[in-house]
Design a protein around this ligand. Structure first.
Ligand code: SAH
Ligand code: SF4
Length: 340
C-alpha cells in the first residue's frame, strides 16, 4: 500500500492511466486531499463507488501523530510520531510577514557535523514525500495557521534524500496541492556538490541555501565531515555554476561558533572567498545544546563580523533567534525522546 500523500500529480496521473481513468480525476483527488483536507476516500463524494474501491486497494491516507508540542510567543515546535514509531520534528515560526515552517527530511542525519544535534544520532531512514507533506498538514490542522513558506532545514540532509525531496517540492508547489510558491520554499544543504549540480536543472524557482560555516578548509574539516569529500573550492565552483545557470542567488549559511569561526580574520577570509559571487550571507546565532562543547559567539563578535562583511559589499543578514526557552536547536526534541 502507498500513502497517497507520497504521490505527485504526475505519478497519480500515470497510475490512473493504468486503470484507464481520465487524468482530470487526479485534480479531483488532489482537491479533496489538499483543499478540502478529507481523511478518507469515502468522503470524496464526486468519485464513483467502484473507483473509490480501486483507490482503497492501492492507497492509504496517512496522518502524522503529534507526540509533543512546545510553544512560545513566536514559535511552535512539534514532535511527530511516524507510523513505524520513529520521531521527527518541525518548527513553526511566526514572522510579521507570515508563517514559515521548518520541516525534517530524514530520521537522523549521517553527515555528522560536530555542532549539530540532528547529526548526533545516525540516520535511521529517509522520509517519504508524504511524511514531509504530513508535517505541513498536521501543523495547519492543529494550529489553524496558514503556512506561507517552507524551509527544509529540520532534521536530515535533504540532498541525501534527493528523489523524495524533489517529489515533495512538486507536491508542495502544485497549484492543486499545497500551492506554496517556489520562491517561498528553501532547501538547505551541507554541500553535497553532485546534487547541487543536479538541482540546477530542476525547473522550479526554489531557493537554495548552503551551510558553509567556515572560510577555509582547515576550519571546515574540523566541524563538517562533508568537507573531506567536497572541499571549499569544489563547493564554491558548484555554487558559481548554479547561480550562473539558474540566475538565482544562493544563501550562504554561517553559524557563529565562539572561538572557532567568528574572528575578524575569518570574516575577511570569507569576504575574499565570496567576492563577486551571486550570494548573500545569513549569520546564524548558534543554539547551544547540552551535548555539545560549542558555544555561541558574543554579540560583539557577531557585530564585528557583520560589519566587515557589510563594509565589503557582501549582503549579510543575521537570523532572528527563535524558540528561546523551548528545545530550540532542531533535532533536540527528537534526541531527547530517543534517549529517554
Ligand atoms: N542538513 C542541512 C539542513 C538541515 S540543518 C544543512 O546542514 O544545511 C539547517 C541549518 O541549521 C544548517 O545550516 C545547520 O548547520 C544549522 N544548525 C545545526 N545545528 C545548529 C545549532 N545548534 N544552532 C544553529 N544552527 C544549527
Ligand atoms: Fe546533518 Fe545538517 Fe546537522 Fe550537518 S548540520 S549533521 S548536515 S542536519
Amino acid at each position: 500500500m502507498t500513502n497517497i500523500y507520497d504521490m505527485t500529480r504526475e505519478e497519480l496521473i500515470d497510475w490512473l492511466g493504468t486503470k484507464n481513468v481520465k487524468s482530470f480525476k487526479a485534480i479531483q483527488i488532489y482537491e479533496w486531499l489538499y483543499m478540502n483536507r478529507v481523511k478518507s476516500f469515502d468522503a470524496m463524494t464526486n468519485l464513483k463507488k467502484d473507483f473509490i474501491e480501486e483507490l482503497k486497494k492501492e492507497f492509504t491516507i496517512e496522518e502524522l501523530k503529534i507526540k509533543k508540542l512546545e510553544t512560545s510567543e513566536t514559535t511552535l515546535k512539534y514532535l511527530f510520531e511516524l507510523n513505524d514509531g520513529n520521531f521527527i520534528e518541525a518548527v513553526v515560526m511566526k514572522h510579521d510577514y507570515g508563517v514559515s515552517v521548518c520541516v525534517s527530511s530524514q530520521i537522523g542525519c549521517n553527515m555528522g557535523c560536530a555542532f549539530c544535534e540532528s547529526g548526533r544520532l545516525k540516520k535511521v531512514r529517509d522520509l517519504l514525500p508524504g511524511e514531509i507533506i504530513g508535517q505541513l498538514l498536521a501543523i495547519e490542522e492543529n494550529s489553524g495557521l496558514k503556512i506561507n513558506s517552507v524551509v527544509i532545514m529540520g532534521i536530515g540532509e535533504p540532498f541525501d534524500n534527493y528523489d523524495n525531496i524533489i517529489r515533495f517540492l512538486k507536491i508542495v508547489n502544485d497549484a492543486k496541492g499545497m500551492a506554496i510558491g517556489a520562491r517561498h520554499i528553501t532547501v538547505s544543504t551541507s554541500g553535497i556538490v553532485s546534487k547541487i549540480r543536479e538541482f540546477s536543472d530542476f525547473p522550479l524557482q526554489i531557493n537554495l541555501a548552503v551551510s558553509l560555516h567556515a572560510p577555509n578548509d582547515e576550519i571546515r574539516n574540523r566541524i563538517m565531515k562533508i568537507n573531506k569529500v567536497y572541499n571549499i573550492d569544489t563547493l564554491m565552483e558548484a555554487i558559481r555554476e548554479y547561480t550562473t545557470k539558474t540566475n538565482r542567488r544562493v544563501t550562504i549559511e554561517y553559524v557563529m561558533l565562539k572561538g572557532i569561526n567568528d574572528s575578524k580574520e575569518c570574516a575577511q577570509e570569507l569576504v575574499n572567498l565570496l567576492r563577486g559571487m551571486n550570494v548573500y550571507v545569513n549569520l546564524i546565532p548558534y543554539n547551544e545544546t547540552s551535548h555539545s562543547e560549542f558555544e555561541k559567539s558574543s554579540t560583539k563578535r557577531k557585530d564585528d563580523f557583520f560589519e566587515i562583511l557589510n563594509k565589503s559589499g557582501i549582503t549579510v543578514t543575521v537570523r532572528r533567534e527563535f524558540g528561546g526557552g523551548i528545545s530550540a536547536a532542531c533535532g533536540q526534541l527528537r534526541a531527547n525522546e530517543v534517549e529517554r
